[in-house]
Design a binder for this molecule. Structure first.
Ligand SMILES: NC(=O)c1ccc[n+]([C@@H]2O[C@H](COP(=O)([O-])OP(=O)(O)OC[C@H]3O[C@@H](n4cnc5c(N)ncnc54)[C@H](OP(=O)(O)O)[C@@H]3O)[C@@H](O)[C@H]2O)c1
Length: 345
């Protein structure tokens, strides 16, 4: 089969490789569309040659391998791309994945849209419900307390905004001015422009200085301390990051702010080793993260079919050969409030 794999020299290219064989508890999926996440290009220089790149996919079941899935059934999900043992990657004509790690695509949703959802959605539910401890949509908040989604127009942020609204919260989101209507249409109650230097103070006003939960979907060294300024000046709060940020990166005076970082790959339940990368949630097996993701995988078909959760907008760049161009576009900051997708088969 054709796949986009890591090659010598820290890059990746389309190559012919053997089709995977699903192991015990796994299914084989024929990939029709795959979507791009920053993690895809960030991983490439750090992996040996021969790893399959890509995480998000939508396709059809090619071999149910004894599971309850049917051959030909439409499914979507994400895998830990570029990993070995077992070899995983979505930028390939076929992939093997655990039979419980896919969701059934409703007829109302295209393969294109379905391919864009899983990784960003999984990151949002893990960050907001498991780590920040916010109420879930199945048991919404009794009174709408504020939550801040910084980077509301990022792939993760767009789901975070929608989920926070479903959970009955008062949703404050940041985004560029041209994306404010999009954020409002997805449920943001208040929107601020992160390019305005005084935006954290605006959030303090909007939240009556009572913001105690913030999700920084950008989580860069320079964004996290700015987000901390939006939290309650008297009570502090919990600031969740999805890059490895630490409390020690805050300037003095933020003693009541707790910084935590989380990485989505723990949803597969297996131990992961990120070397000296200080995310707070990796290490041994993570069965709770796995069960939590499996619960939301079973909810996703109804969420998207009913329109409660709307997929990110997408732009189709081409087939596997177009992925290098897509990586460059995202590295140059030219992918905004949209997902790049590729037609694989
Ligand atoms: N820990 C994990 O498991 C995990 C999972 C997924 C992603 N991530 C990481 O999270 C980051 C975002 O990933 P993504 O795929 O969601 O992003 P993305 O879709 O590529 O984000 C692009 C958006 O970010 C917004 N943005 C850029 N700079 C900003 C700033 N300073 N403040 C606020 N918003 C800003 C832009 O908004 P405007 O267009 O409105 O300007 C743009 O639309 C990446 O670093 C990724 O590696 C981590």
């Amino acid at each position: 089969m054709k796949a986009f794999v890591t090659v010598e020299g820290g890059t990746a290219a389309v190559r012919e490789i053997p089709k995977p064989t699903p192991g015990k508890g796994e299914i084989l999926v024929r990939v029709h569309y795959a979507a791009q996440n920053p993690t895809d290009w960030k991983a490439v220089p750090h992996r040996p040659a021969g790893r399959i790149v890509g995480c998000d996919f939508a396709g059809t079941v090619a071999d149910p391998n004894g599971s309850s899935w049917r051959e030909g059934q439409r499914v979507a999900g994400f895998v830990y791309g570029t990993m070995a043992e077992p070899l995983r990657g979505a930028y390939a004509e076929y992939l093997a994945t655990g039979s419980s790690f896919v969701w059934a695509i409703p007829d109302s949703i295209s393969f294109q849209d379905a391919s864009t959802i899983s990784l960003a959605f999984a990151t949002a539910i893990q960050a907001m419900f498991q780590r920040l401890g916010l109420p879930e949509p199945s048991k919404p908040a009794k009174s709408a307390f504020p939550v801040l989604i910084n980077g509301g127009t990022s792939s993760v942020g767009l789901y975070a905004v929608q989920l926070a609204k479903l959970a009955g919260l008062y949703v404050i989101a940041t985004g560029s001015k041209q994306n404010h209507n999009l954020l409002t249409s997805l449920g943001a109650d208040a929107v601020v422009d992160y390019k305005d230097a005084a935006w954290p103070e605006k959030v303090r006003e909007l939240s009556h200085d009572n913001l105690q939960h913030a999700f920084d979907c950008i989580s860069e060294e320079e964004t996290m301390p700015v987000v901390a300024r939006a939290l309650s000046s008297t009570k502090g709060g919990h600031l969740l990051c999805i890059l490895p940020r630490k409390n020690s990166e805050l300037p003095e005076g933020f003693t009541k702010v707790k910084v935590e970082s989380t990485i989505v790959y723990t949803v597969f339940g297996d131990p992961i080793d990120l070397g000296d990368v200080p995310f707070d949630n990796w290490g041994g097996p993570t069965p709770e993260d796995r069960s939590f993701w499996e619960k939301y995988l079973s909810l996703l078909p109804e969420y998207v079919d009913s329109g409660k959760i709307k997929p990110n907008l997408s732009r189709e760049l081409g087939g596997l050969e177009a992925i290098s161009e897509g990586f460059e576009l995202q590295q140059q900051g030219k992918v905004r409030a949209e997902k790049l997708i590729y037609k694989v088969t």
